[in-house]
Design a protein around this ligand. Structure first.
Ligand code: ADP
Ligand code: MG
Length: 765
């Protein structure tokens, strides 16, 4: 019997889902699979686990598992549910890639979808669980899709064994046909429960025109709302972390809050805590004390859920200009009352501005749930994390830029581009809905209704059809799923991307062809089998090509370096300036790239001068940071991202542990005082990297003397790759930019400004 405190009970009974408890529990108990649809905020995530708990699904020591595509949600929801149940985080816990607070007592476990996938690899029938909830299924993350495919089989196996496991799929939209009507997935369509969403009416206001500079237009709109419209929180949707910070800064400057919060708009990498800084001077403890102990079993081998979060959060631009936007149509009363271009701070109208995005630390994220200071309007500037995963109280106005940032891949060549595009109609409607949770609301769209109708896709594409799947195919093969083509995906990946993945894995030696001919025919005609090497590779939570490098480095001293390099290469944006890398997208690359380049070159020159590529720079930079104790102060001083450096360390520890368990004779440890490699070691390291990047080789073009001047210009410093028939160039941020070695391998190939760039470049001699 659960005794909830009064306060929580009062908030709970207001949730529409509470009236459906009986029906939900009955449906779940009578069916193997249940789909629950309900608007964001209707209480699915916080209440359904509680219903199951009260219905006895945890008795006998069983677990209720809930998967979230985002780390933020896994952490904050476990805390909230513990609180609502009057339990502690020992009972209601979370597990994300590098951290968690599960205990032997845990009975409700929130986790990222990658973590559950890893558990299925260890115990296919998920014997510890009696119910698994796949939350936010509408987001269609790759691992959510794959989990649903796997669980469709697991539940029927558990049913046959007489020890049923209940699968509950929860979605914030009604678009569930891909799950419900997919006969391969569920021969019998599962029941769909629709939760009424006590949603208040939302008035949608379109702009007459759709401005190019949506950020400035968004800013102007927020100023107007704040100056002219009655009380009520404002929620703003933009595309990424940098945009969030830019807008926060501008709004704070315009409407200073009574109590200034100096750290509000500072990137969190900066040390704000004095106590953290001087650590470097302390004598380092013994290795054991210094390194966090890590329990291998509780880690996901798949960091991709987090990589997905990085996209759109980091690789974007800081738009600082304050130029005029277009003359947009105004739904707000009068245009003339104020001058929104006034630069002077408006102290009469304080605004409580808060940023919100996935990678923001939890404490600062939690601020959005708190009451704003007296007489201050709440204003949250968010990425699409506030679209469905989190519900912010008392939002009356939504300002929607209509944009989203995504990474696009060419299915065959793997060439990637970051693009800001219009979001889908479904997601724009989700955003609008955020304003009508507590009272009738208003949504201001920074785009016209005709653009919404004609240019917005109806729904966003599932992630699985838009990114390479080599990591996924390797994981599935290691689980014994060799005929991926027969797997019951809610939406299958395209033949091209399956082929590309298969191709790469064969080249890396993770798969071997057992029937059919290599590199011909469609996927189902080439039968493959996972090799022992592939099985080992699947243990490493990094991209298959990096896993290959790890599996290749047998020698103890090399292993430690390869682990450090792979860790550094797997974490995005080690350098602060790197987050500005995609400046390329916007045409203004020179300044930024030159700064990064200078920084990297400085690093490359430290110690022995092994100016042979970006990976070596990463190794040096992260190694030096570790040497100095990895403190925020050191990172800031040296242009490194503190968060990235901490992630590198966690990954190093994790990879080291895996290597020791695979290769007990290795007995390696994470040495924070690792010295840089010698010339010979460096040469070997590059050879190992070359194997992992064997399909990513490029050769410097020789410019013929008799070539036309414009051809000469184009060919100068250009490379020919094996992938595409186009001139490619070393990215200006690379340490090898303008050095132009004859042969190189590269980690990444991307297109920007109609040019193809190679990033993460290593010279081969
Ligand atoms: P859904 O999953 O259907 O979107 P949730 O279960 O997340 O809905 O939220 C239900 C309600 O609980 C919302 O009104 C939300 O405001 C409230 N809520 C969720 N988390 C918290 C929290 N940490 N603090 C206060 N209220 C919260
Ligand atoms: Mg939810």
């Amino acid at each position: 019997v659960v005794e909830r405190n009064e306060h929580i009970q009062a908030a709970r009974v207001k949730l529409p889902i509470l009236g459906e408890e009986q029906q939900i529990i009955e449906t779940i108990s009578e069916n193997m699979v249940t789909i629950i649809c309900g608007e964001t905020g209707s209480g699915k995530t916080t209440q359904v686990p509680q219903f199951l708990y009260e219905a006895g699904y945890t008795s006998g020591g069983y677990l209720i598992g809930i998967t979230e595509p985002r780390r933020v949600a896994a952490m904050s929801m476990s805390k909230r549910v513990a609180e609502e149940l009057g339990l502690t985080q020992d009972d209601v816990s979370y597990q994300i890639r590098y951290e968690g607070n599960t205990t032997a007592k845990t009975c409700i476990k929130f986790m990222t979808d990658g973590v559950l996938l890893k558990e299925i690899q260890k115990d296919f029938l998920l014997g510890k669980y009696r119910a698994v909830i796949i939350d936010e299924a509408h987001e269609r993350s790759v691992y959510t899709d794959v989990l649903i495919g796997l669980l469709s089989r697991i539940v029927s196996l558990r049913h046959k064994k007489g020890n049923p496991l209940k699968l509950i799929i929860m979605s914030a939209t009604l678009r569930v046909e891909d799950f419900r009507d997919n006969k391969m997935l569920f021969p019998e369509p599962p029941p769909v429960l629709k939760i009424d969403s006590r949603q208040f009416p939302v008035t949608v206001h379109f702009n007459k025109r759709t401005p190019e500079d949506y950020l400035t237009e968004t800013f102007r709109k927020v100023c107007k709302i704040h100056r002219q419209l009655p009380a009520g929180g404002i929620l703003i949707f933009v595309t990424g972390k940098q945009e969030v910070h830019t807008l926060c800064r501008k709004l704070q400057r315009t409407f200073p809050s009574t109590k200034p919060k100096p750290d509000e708009d500072a990137p969190e990498e900066k040390p704000t805590n004095e106590k953290e800084a001087p650590l470097a001077r302390e004598k380092p403890a013994t290795l054991d004390e210094k390194l966090p102990t890590i329990e291998l079993n509780s880690y996901s081998a798949l960091p991709m859920d987090e990589q997905a979060e990085l996209i759109g959060e980091q690789n974007d631009l800081d738009i600082e200009d304050e130029s005029e936007g277009s003359d947009a149509e105004e739904d707000i009363k009068s245009d003339k009352v104020f001058d929104y271009e006034q630069r002077q701070a408006d102290r009469q109208l304080p605004l409580h501005v808060l940023p919100l995005y996935s990678l923001l630390n939890t404490k600062r994220q939690a601020l959005v749930f708190e009451r704003p200071p007296e007489g201050c309007r709440l204003c949250v500037v968010s990425t699409n994390v506030a679209e469905t995963s989190l519900t912010i109280p008392n939002i009356k106005y939504v300002v929607d830029s209509g944009k989203t940032k995504n990474k696009f891949y060419d299915k065959v060549t793997g060439v990637s581009t970051f693009r800001v595009t219009f979001t889908s109609q479904a997601s724009a409607n989700q955003r609008a809905g955020r304003s009508g949770r507590t009272a009738p609301g208003h949504c201001y769209r920074i785009y016209s209704s005709s653009v919404f109708n004609d240019e917005f896709e109806k729904f966003s594409a599932p992630e699985i059809v838009s990114r390479p799947v080599d990591d996924l195919i390797l994981q599935m093969n290691s689980m014994g799923i060799e005929k991926v083509i027969n797997f019951p995906f809610p939406t299958p990946p395209s033949d091209e991307s399956l082929l590309a993945a298969q191709d790469l894995l064969i080249k890396l030696g993770a798969l071997k062809v057992t029937k059919g001919r290599f590199r011909r025919a469609i996927t189902d005609k080439v039968s493959t089998q996972i090799t022992d090497l592939g099985k080992t590779m699947a243990l490493f939570p990094v991209a298959p090509r990096y896993a290959r490098m790890l599996a290749l480095a047998h020698q103890k001293d090399l292993l430690e370096y390869i682990i450090a390099i792979v860790s550094a290469c797997s974490v995005q944006e080690l350098f602060v300036e790197d987050s500005l890398n995609s400046a390329l997208e916007d045409g203004d690359m020179s300044k930024m790239a030159a700064r990064i380049n200078k920084q990297k070159t400085q690093w490359a020159g430290r110690g022995q001068s092994l100016l042979t590529g970006d990976a070596m720079v990463y190794l040096k930079a992260s190694g030096a940071a570790e040497f100095a104790g990895g403190t925020p102060a050191f990172c800031e001083l040296n242009g490194l991202r503190f968060k990235a450096i901490s992630e590198v360390r966690k990954l190093r520890v994790q990879l080291t542990n895996i290597v020791n368990s695979v290769l007990p004779s290795a007995q390696i440890c994470v040495d924070p005082k690792m010295s840089p490699p010698t010339e010979i070691q460096a040469k070997l390291i590059r050879q190992i990297m070359l194997v992992g990047l064997a399909d990513r080789v490029a050769r410097l073009n020789v410019v013929p003397n008799d070539a036309e001047p414009d051809v000469k210009k184009k060919m100068r410093n250009s490379y020919q790759t094996t992938l595409i028939n186009d001139y490619c160039y070393i990215h200006p941020s690379s340490v090898l930019y303008k050095k132009n070695p004859e042969y190189v391998v590269y980690q990444d190939i991307m297109e920007a400004n109609d040019k193809v760039y190679l990033r993460g470049v290593i010279a081969i001699e």
